[in-house]
Design a protein. Structure first.
Length: 138
């Protein structure tokens, strides 16, 4: 699974942007500040448990701790459809500056939070439907 998500990221990602995380909503959704504006970000390609589902607290805490470990600063990469049907930014979330990484680091899934969630069992890979919206309801 690691190679699949990273291959997609490498082929489609663009416009890497530094952001400060101000709130973790759940395992695959965060609030960030980009250039003084607060935005809600939905992680591309993954789906973690929703509030009330088994594993919600664990997935949320996992994301919170991963982000805290890098001082609440993440790097966001866009791909394809910029926003989902809830007007959240759709992004790959890097725990380091992708543009300054070596080729070896770029394929290190521990730096791509989307992949780390899947690898740790806190999320599953999500399918994209024809309209480019995630199948999940949130």
């Amino acid at each position: 699974m690691t190679a699949v998500l990273n291959d997609v990221m490498l082929e489609e990602a663009s416009g890497l942007v530094k952001a400060k995380v101000v709130r973790v909503i759940d395992g695959d959704t965060i609030n960030v500040i980009i250039d003084g504006t607060t935005e809600r970000v939905r992680f591309i390609g993954v789906d973690s448990p929703e509030c009330g589902d088994t594993g919600f607290e664990e997935a949320t805490e996992f994301t919170r701790s991963q982000i805290a470990n890098v001082g609440n600063i993440v790097w966001l990469a866009s791909s394809g459809n910029d926003r989902d049907r809830f007007n959240r930014l759709r992004r790959y979330v890097w725990l380091d500056d992708f543009e300054n990484m070596t080729e070896v680091e770029r394929v290190d899934s521990s730096l791509l939070l989307n992949q780390t969630l899947v690898d740790s069992g806190h999320a599953v890979m999500a399918m994209i439907v024809q309209s480019n919206e995630l199948e999940d309801s949130e």
